[in-house]
Write a protein that binds this ligand. Sequence first.
Ligand code: DPX
Ligand code: MG
Length: 563
Amino acid sequence: MSDNSTTVGSYLASRLEEIGLKHYFAVPGDYNLVLLDRLLENKNLEMISCCNELNAGYAADGYCRATGGASAVFVTFSVGGLSLLNAVAGAYAEDLPIIAVSGGPNTNSEAEFEMLHHTLGLLDYDYQRDIFSKVTAEAVTIHDPREAPTQIDHAIQTALRFRKPVYIEIACNIADAVTSAPNARSFGGPTASDPKSLNAAVDRAVELLNAATKPVLVAGVKLRSFGAEANFQKLADASGYAIASMPNAKGFFNEQHPHYMGIYWGPVGTPGCGEIVDSSDLCLFAGGTFTDYTTTGHAALINPAKVIQARPNSVVFPNQTFSNVKLTEFLEQLAQKLKPNDGSMIAYNRIKDEATPLRPGTPETELSTRQLFSRIQQMLGPESTVIAETGDSWFNGMQLELPEGARFEVQMQYGSIGWSVGATLGYSVGAPDRRPIALIGDGSFQLTAQEVSTIIRYGLKPIIFLINNGGYTIEVEIHDGPYNNIKNWNYAELVHVFNAEDGNGFSCKARNEGELDEAIKQATAHDGPALIEVLIHRDDCSKNLLVWGGHVAKNNGRPPRSH
Ligand code: DPX
Ligand code: MG
């Protein structure tokens, strides 16, 4: 091979390295084995072998969250790819640039109309790419090695620019084919705003916000994906406005900031915070998304006539829209031009509740979620990342007060249970300096439990709280039935199963406060992964889940409209 040539597989590996990846997640199969051989030759990238493709996809999701960049996952055709699909759809919903790579049929198979294993048994060779095209920003099949550099570069650029997953299928006989060596280029993130539109949007916002008496600022989930957290912080400092975060943006703004009120989540938000946002005469939502979940069944009293929405690529005023305005540039300019106004902050200080610390019970006191979360609160430091699975963990997790530097992860747009086990794996790989604290319900855990084995295999050190409340409690509160009961497992014992002869996982069960305190002490001191199974009564859930469940049930239960 000459100096300016390489193989398609090595080309892809080099590009992944260039965009900052140090790891990728993989499950092998005969359609991707040669591709994995080429990847393994790149010593700057480490393969993390997962138990299944869905979990590998969730791990790639967690890796993006940890690094703020892209991630990659490698699977085999159809049996692997279609299992990965749900995680990639989640990454689409959550704006995470996963590069999903599948091996594909030999290029001669299509030419010769061959029936193939792992397929639908039809002479259709494109269906996996077609399916992925719905959940990615770009889906390509590489059949001609000469086209590979253009296709790979374009897919990677698309993922980074639009913060969405992309799909690359590489025919199994092409991974090793010769192509151009990668040439120097840069892979930029989102493009710049249209200057005219940006200026006009900023001028309009300054005019309206400066005229308001009690303006407020709300952080939304798109702030992080679109690189706008730092400029949001600048705007918060410069404006003096009271600040709230939407639930899926928890931790994107420093909760210790003197102007931070709490979580804006309709009836289940931080007491006082929603009242200030809803009574404000002008509210700037930066990167917010308004779903039934983030607004508690659309019960948040958002009045469109008093809202400016800064979206990733546009700014929407009550009667005017400016397109091609990038969120981060808009916030930066606004920070330089707004006149400070602490009207909303003064109003909030008048009504805010002082939290009353919960007193612990005796060591024999049966565990409650409240006591559990007051212990978790004490564990948090600047290096902590809380990963909260869909379930009551959302509501309890949302009430934790994050020290400056601590982070919080939820998958609230997509809400696919089981996500957190894979995401904890990927997050731990991507952020080795942090120790994730994962809050996982028993029902969710049963979907993806085996990935704890990968956490053990690679010696990662998250602390998992496995909340055994005997069922799908969040569903119980939305709509109960026998389907919400689950088979009990000996969750703590699973760690011993996965440890086998060489693992170093720690686990134990905590039934009361004394056992919990001891478990936390041991888990924290353990130099390896830890799982604490906490036994909670089936009916013990946060008050906010009860309220939220009622609103979501009402929203789901609306009768069809007659036509
Ligand atoms: C379902 C959900 O045990 O948590 O705190 O007990 O609710 P809680 P668990 O993990 O149970 C989760 C369960 C069944 N949602 O209450 S949230 C429906 C659902 C989903 N994702 C997938 N399947 C079903 N969200 C993949
Ligand atoms: Mg449960």
